[in-house]
Every structure is written in structure tokens, then in C-alpha cells.
Design a protein around this ligand. Structure first.
Ligand code: HEC
Ligand code: HEC
Ligand code: HEC
Ligand code: HEC
Ligand code: HEC
Length: 215
């Protein structure tokens, strides 16, 4: 469905069903609730063109996030892997699996796999992965336990209030750089205390002024 319909079309389809179920008054409340920025996209988990599982590859097999999202430490965007990265293994592993047919087709034709984007900020917001990852903010703070997800799901609202909450009080969200992609990291003492030490040592100061995030 999510491949055929746009994200908003899917939302309207669900709304139509809800209106049919609960009637007009309930539906108006629901529209107000769903269009509030803070709750808009949490839970969004579109179907993907290949049944690729992070739980299997990042969780069970233990592949580091940066093996596939190789630009996340050095650029604003966290690139998706090229088909060649999948074929590093799948030229041999499960090489006749029907689930991997779209991957083999993409490799043969050179046409990229049409992955459906899950997280999206409005264009007027400035966001940079490198700034966060090198400061020690874990993928888990913003994307949840992706290593336990079969299908990637948006866990944070990505609203302005959500960004600002962390920027105003980042202590517990900053960890040693080598633990950023270790999503299940358990600190051996108070996380906020560890974060405060790193913030002081590195002079970390997330922006809270309007021009810090808006251009
Ligand atoms: C073997 C390759 C591979 C590894 C390893 C991997 N990913 Fe991914 N990731 C993908 C692919 C392919 C997609 C696009 C399809 C999807 O969303 O499932 C993706 C999508 C995502 C998305 C959603 C992007 C969007 O559209 O908004 C996030 C977030 C993400 N990965 C985080 C992680 C994190 C965190 C780790 C480490 C725990 C990780 N990935 C490890 C291949 C990988
Ligand atoms: C480091 C090796 C490795 C890489 C890289 C890798 N995979 Fe896998 N993949 C595996 C292994 C191992 C399995 C599990 C095989 C099994 O169940 O015996 C698997 C299973 C799968 C399956 C399920 C196949 C089935 O028939 O059950 C899919 C789909 C899949 N991978 C897609 C991908 C995609 C898409 C990429 C690239 C984004 C990718 N894989 C990258 C090793 C890898
Ligand atoms: C501070 C929050 C934050 C952290 C930390 C973070 N991300 Fe993201 N990520 C986002 C946001 C916000 C987007 C949507 C960006 C957009 O639409 O411009 C995103 C998008 C993505 C995407 C889709 C491609 C893109 O860049 O738009 C992938 C893949 C991804 N993140 C992977 C990761 C991985 C892997 C890590 C850890 C190494 C990570 N992210 C850490 C917030 C974060
Ligand atoms: C979990 C904590 C956390 C969240 C959530 C978060 N940030 Fe940040 N942000 C930080 C930290 C820590 C820094 C690093 C500041 C430094 O190094 O001085 C930072 C730095 C920045 C910077 C300045 C660095 C640069 O790239 O120019 C911008 C802009 C920014 N964040 C935007 C955002 C936006 C937009 C969102 C929401 C979509 C967001 N952040 C969500 C913690 C967070
Ligand atoms: C830490 C980053 C950050 C800072 C600082 C920030 N914003 Fe935002 N702002 C965002 C993000 C992210 C969104 C998009 C929210 C969404 O899509 O729900 C946004 C959205 C907005 C919107 C559109 C609201 C809407 O409902 O569509 C306005 C207006 C706005 N910001 C004004 C401001 C003003 C004024 C300031 C300074 C007082 C400010 N912002 C500071 C991140 C930030």
C-alpha cells in the first residue's frame, strides 16, 4: 500500500475509515490530534520493496550501522547502502531466495532499489547527522532500537519541541563516541554524569536560537 499511495494518501485513507467508524465529531477530534506536529508521524512504518530486516542484519548478525549508512559520521545525510553492499553477501548467501529477487534485479540493471523514506523533516529545517553523531548522540536517541526492528518504524515525533527538549537538556543523551552505534549500551554509572563530562570536555553547546535550526 505505502508504495502505491503517498504517505498523506495513506493517512487520508485511514481517516476515511475512522470517520466511517466513529462519525463526524470524533473524526474532527482525531484530525486535530493527528495533525498536531508532536504526534504527526510517530509510528510511521511503511512497507519496503525488499523484506530487509534490521533485527536480523544489525541485531543478530551484529553488522555496524556504518557498514551500510557509511556517510552518517561525515555528512548531513545518512546514505542508504548501494545494492553492491547487499551483494557482498547475497551473491553467495541465500543466492536463490525469491525474497532477494528485487536485489538481484537491481544489481543486474543498475537501477537502485526504490526504498521508501521513513523519517523526513520539512525543507526549512537544518539538520546534520555528522554534528550529532560526532558529539556522541546515539542513533537510538532519535531512531529507537532499530537493531530490534524487522521493519523500520519512526519512534520520535521529530517536532520542534522534541529537538528543543534535548538541546536544552542534552546531558543524558551524550555518550562516548565509540558507543554511538551500540544501541543497547548500558552505562556503568549515571548517564547524565558521563554526558556532562563529555559536554564540558568537548565544549558542546546545542543551539536553541531560531536561526540555529532555521535558515
Ligand atoms: C546491511 C545494511 C544495513 C545495516 C547494517 C543497517 N542498516 Fe539501516 N537501513 C538499511 C536499508 C537497506 C534501509 C532502507 C530500508 C528500510 O527502511 O528498512 C535502512 C533504513 C534505515 C533507517 C530509516 C531511514 C529513513 O528512510 O528514514 C534508519 C533510521 C536506519 N536504517 C538506522 C540504522 C541503524 C541505527 C543501524 C545500526 C543499528 C542500521 N540502520 C544498520 C540497511 C542497513
Ligand atoms: C554481511 C553479510 C550480509 C549483508 C551485507 C547483507 N545480508 Fe541479507 N542476509 C545475510 C544473512 C546471513 C541472512 C540470513 C540467511 C539465513 O537465514 O540463513 C540474510 C538474509 C536476508 C534476507 C532474507 C532472505 C530469506 O530468504 O530469508 C533478505 C531479504 C536480505 N538478507 C536482504 C538484504 C539486503 C537488502 C541487504 C543490503 C541492504 C543485505 N541483505 C545485506 C547476510 C547479509
Ligand atoms: C539527533 C537525532 C538523530 C540522530 C542522533 C541520528 N539521526 Fe538519523 N535521522 C534523524 C532525522 C531528523 C532524520 C530525517 C532527516 C531529514 O529528513 O532531513 C534522519 C534520517 C536518517 C536516515 C535517512 C537518510 C537521511 O539522512 O535523511 C538514516 C538512514 C538515518 N537517519 C540513520 C541514522 C544512523 C545510522 C544514526 C546513528 C549513527 C542516526 N541516524 C542518528 C535524526 C537523527
Ligand atoms: C537527543 C538529543 C538531540 C536531539 C533529539 C536533537 N539534537 Fe541537535 N544537537 C544535539 C547535540 C548534543 C548537538 C551538538 C552541539 C555541539 O557539538 O556543540 C546538537 C547540534 C545541533 C545543531 C548545530 C550543529 C550543526 O549541525 O550546525 C543543529 C542545527 C541541530 N542540532 C538541529 C537539530 C534539529 C533540527 C533537531 C530535531 C529534528 C535536533 N537537533 C535534535 C542534540 C540533539
Ligand atoms: C533545535 C532546533 C529548532 C530550533 C532552535 C527552533 N526550531 Fe522551529 N522548528 C524546528 C523543527 C524540527 C520544525 C518542524 C516541526 C515539524 O515538522 O513538526 C520547526 C518548525 C517551526 C515552525 C513551523 C511550525 C508548524 O507548525 O509548521 C515555526 C513557525 C518555527 N519552527 C519557528 C521557530 C522560532 C520562532 C524559533 C526560535 C524561537 C525556532 N523555530 C527555533 C526546529 C527548531
Amino acid at each position: 500500500m505505502a508504495v502505491i499511495f503517498s504517505r498523506s494518501a495513506d493517512k487520508y485513507l485511514r481517516l476515511t475509515v475512522l470517520i466511517a467508524l466513529f462519525g463526524g465529531a470524533g473524526a474532527i477530534g482525531l484530525i486535530a490530534y493527528l495533525s498536531h506536529p508532536a504526534v504527526r508521524d510517530t509510528g510511521y512504518a511503511p512497507a519496503q520493496p525488499v523484506e530487509y530486516s534490521h533485527k536480523l542484519h544489525a541485531g543478530n548478525l551484529g553488522l555496524d550501522c556504518r557498514y551500510c549508512h557509511s556517510t552518517v559520521e561525515r555528512s548531513a545525510f545518512a546514505a542508504l547502502p548501494a545494492t553492491e553492499v547487499c551483494m557482498n553477501c547475497h551473491a553467495r548467501v541465500k543466492k536463490d531466495s525469491p525474497l532477494l529477487q528485487p536485489v538481484r534485479d537491481s544489481f543486474a540493471t543498475g537501477a537502485p532499489i526504490p526504498w521508501v523514506k521513513v523519517h523526513r523533516l520539512p525543507d526549512y529545517v537544518y539538520f546534520n547527522h555528522r554534528a550529532h553523531v560526532t558529539a556522541g548522540v546515539s542513533c537510538a536517541s532519535c531512531h529507537g532500537r532499530v537493531d530490534q526492528m524487522i521493519v523500520v518504524k519512526q519512534t520520535a515525533p521529530l517536532s520542534m519541541a522534541w529537538c528543543l527538549d534535548c538541546h536544552r537538556n542534552p546531558d543524558a543523551s551524550v555518550r562516548p563516541a565509540e558507543q554511538v552505534t551500540n544501541l543497547g549500551w548500558q552505562p556503568d554509572r549515571d548517564a547524565a554524569e558521563i554526558g556532562r563530562e563529555i559536554i564540558q570536555a568537548k565544549g558542546i553547546a546545542p543551539p536553541t536560537n531560531c536561526s540555529g535550526c532555521h535558515r
